[in-house]
Design a protein around this ligand. Structure first.
Ligand code: SF4
Ligand code: SF4
Length: 61
């Protein structure tokens, strides 16, 4: 399984990761991206790639 983590302190709130995720794992809350439901994560790394601030990390367990 894959675990997505978003570092709130560096998230710029652009929403790119939320829009790009094909599995709707992420959402915006109070101007920051958060992991809504990581159980459907495909491990595609799209969210990591599109983030301009390097705030998204992906780990495979
Ligand atoms: S790795 Fe892919 S499926 Fe998983 S949260 Fe990121 S964009 Fe969504
Ligand atoms: S792409 Fe990066 S900076 Fe933009 S909302 Fe997502 S985590 Fe935040």
């Amino acid at each position: 399984m894959f675990v997505v983590t978003i570092e709130a302190s560096t998230c710029e709130g652009c929403g790119e990761c939320v829009d790009a995720c094909p599995a709707q794992c992420l959402e915006m809350q109070d101007g920051k991206a958060v992991v809504l439901d990581g159980t459907d994560c495909l491990g595609c790394e799209t969210c990591v790639t599109v983030c301009p601030s390097g705030s998204v990390t992906l780990q495979e367990l």
